[in-house]
Design a protein around this ligand. Sequence first.
Ligand code: LMR
Length: 398
Amino acid sequence: FFSNVELVPGDPILGLTEAYNADPRGTKVNLGVGIYYDEQGRIPLLEAVRQVEQSLAAAAKPRGYLPIDGLPAYTQATRELLFGKDSPLLAAGRVATTQTVGGSGALRVGAELLRKALPHATLALSNPSWENHRAVFGAAGFEIVDYTYFDAARHGLDFDGMLADLDKLQPGTTVLLHACCHNPTGADLTVDQWQQVAALLKERQLFPFIDMAYQGFDKGIAEDAVAIRLLVEAGIDSFVVASSYSKSFSLYGERVGALSVVAASADQAKAVQSQVKRIIRTIYSSPSTHGAALVAGVLTNPELRALWETELTGMRERIHALREGLVAKLAALGHPEYEFIRRQAGMFSYSGLSRAQVDRLRDEFGIYAVGTGRICVAALNQENLDYVAQAVATVSRG
Ligand code: LMR
């Protein structure tokens, strides 16, 4: 039966972890996948999460099914975190939030919803974007077009190019926007630029699809959600937010994400929610409990929430320090041109390294980066920083 099945290449990001795991070298470093590692090179188990986990274990609750759209305490806390507790949208019942299997699950369920609801299934993606965006929306039947985003020569945002390309899109096109910590480039919009984009989206009747996988990893919880606030302020009455707690709660394998759909009225939000439930029922029926119970347990307890915010701030500040450290070491090794790494936001740096240089990093040093030159700054520590800086300096010399 499977004689015609072709072997396809491994995933460009998760496939790197497989190669890294199989590498016997003791000096190897995985700068591929977007995971925050602590100073000891471990994925942290946050203290706030640990405390909830202990009380859940002690309570030893039965394992029934969750509702199709997830744990109510989780979806409510998520809505408040994304839109702000006092958002008029929440009071008006205009946001339908659903627990999903990670941020990727939110993207796919959201894509399935929009394919049915919108006039045409076309998605505009930033060039470049997260490798899986194209694949997820493509698999859901979307036609994908690119919009200009990154200026490789200046290692920053090409804002004029972005506006010009968005302006050319057909009304009703879905536009995927990274709320903060753009993956892979680390180049984000300023508040003023978000305002201009929001105005253009409204005027051109484009449909915003916000991907919010790193809330709290650049400036702070509310600051990193500014795009959502500005879309609302611009008077855009319908849009979608896919969000994830993988990074902000260090709960990667628990697959805790959410899809929040903003609709023009509470009745529309109800109708949308019913469709989302139908979509989920035919893919995975209902979500799993544990990760959502952990997040809800932290966010609904004021002390644990404050502890989590402190821990999140710690992760964020450490990433900023690692950026500084890498830039300083590279400058000391004769490569001041990497100064731009300091300006980038979030976990990633689009290093400007070519595919050939990335291959050399892997082959000669056991350092794994994405083929596009994306490196995960959050995988650095004082132990491997020198080694990585030396290796980058060596391959940069050609
Ligand atoms: C990444 O970009 O590395 C992360 O979002 C993990 C993933 O699933 O690709």
